[in-house]
Design a protein around this ligand. Structure first.
Ligand code: SIN
Length: 300
């Protein structure tokens, strides 16, 4: 029997594929759909203190090798989030993504949402929201302060989602680890833009967005490799994972689990099933009994 199960910070996931925070994870129906289609867990859209409408359209540009998005962190705020999940029970791990402008705001959110979250992912990496995301998360000392504040506010596992828009992502990971993070996830999107040559202006209403999808995969893989070499805590790989081969590459580079986001927008929900079937086939044919056996093999 080949096992796809992984366990991270005491939480069991049926398989290593997790719906990434981003474009397709605003509602409980989307989280349930992702699980029905084969995701082992889910990360929600990032939740802040106050409701946010997000940016005006256009918020997404499709390119040959991925997407640039600038949604503007639309979310119902923590109170609206609690109302939205009321009455639901989820039979898969629910990781709640949170964002704030200060360590205190992150800690406040973690405290308010601890009853509904199996774990928290800290958005320290959105590349374009003023006062949030990577404006905070590019500095190791800020990563440290935010993780420490959240760890003091909740017993739930804490994952720091890191930005690739930095000279050395391992420094950010090490700061998170020193502050007590249970894991890191990488990468969030690369700061990017697209211009309409006839309108002669940026396409996105926010002008600047974040690039994701197959085009960023080699960058994400290198980031995961660097983090897995430097850290003792688990690294969750994100960035252009679209096929089972991509997934296996990330596992070999040291990822303990994987997040899939843009592939859902480009190829549909079926990607979860396709990727996990492919991983299972690869493990069986190569003589491995489970995912855990291949994590980090390319680091040696
Ligand atoms: C957005 O909502 O605009 C994207 C969030 C992120 O990149 O973290």
């Amino acid at each position: 029997m080949t096992s796809l199960e992984v366990e991270l910070f005491g939480i069991k996931f049926e398989n290593p594929l997790i719906l990434a925070s981003g474009i397709n994870d605003k509602t409980p129906e989307q989280w349930i759909r992702a699980h029905e289609e084969g995701a082992g867990g889910v990360v929600t859209k990032s939740i802040g203190i106050e409701p946010r409408k997000g940016y005006d359209n256009p918020t997404i540009v499709e390119l040959p090798y991925g997407l640039i998005n600038a949604m503007g962190l639309p979310n119902p705020g923590w109170k609206g989030f609690l109302e939205m999940v009321e009455g639901y029970t989820f039979d898969f791990p629910l990781i709640v993504s949170i964002f704030g402008g200060t360590p205190g705001e992150f800690a406040f959110l973690a405290e308010k949402l601890s009853d509904v979250a199996d774990a928290f992912e800290l958005n320290l990496s959105c590349p374009h929201a003023k006062g949030y995301g990577m404006e905070i998360g590019q500095k190791p000392e800020n990563v440290y302060d935010v993780v420490k504040a959240v760890k003091d506010a909740t017993d739930r596992p804490v994952i720091a989602k890191l930005t690739p828009n930095t000279d050395d992502i391992a420094k950010l990971g090490l700061a998170a680890e020193r502050a007590g993070a249970d894991g890191v996830s990488a990468i969030n999107t690369l700061k990017a833009m697209a211009i309409d040559v006839y309108a002669r202006k940026p396409i996105l209403s926010n002008k600047i967005g974040g690039y994701s999808g197959p085009g960023v995969k080699p960058i994400a893989l290198r980031a995961v490799y660097d983090l897995a070499k430097a850290l003792d805590i688990p690294v969750i790989g994100i960035g252009g994972i679209t096929t089972w081969q991509d997934a296996v590459e990330f596992l070999l580079a040291g990822a303990s689990a994987l997040q899939v986001g843009t592939a859902v927008s480009l190829r549909g929900w079926k990607v979860f099933g396709e990727i996990s079937e492919g991983i299972e086939r690869y493990l069986r044919k190569e003589g491995f009994s489970g995912v855990k056996e291949i994590i980090g093999l390319a680091l040696e």
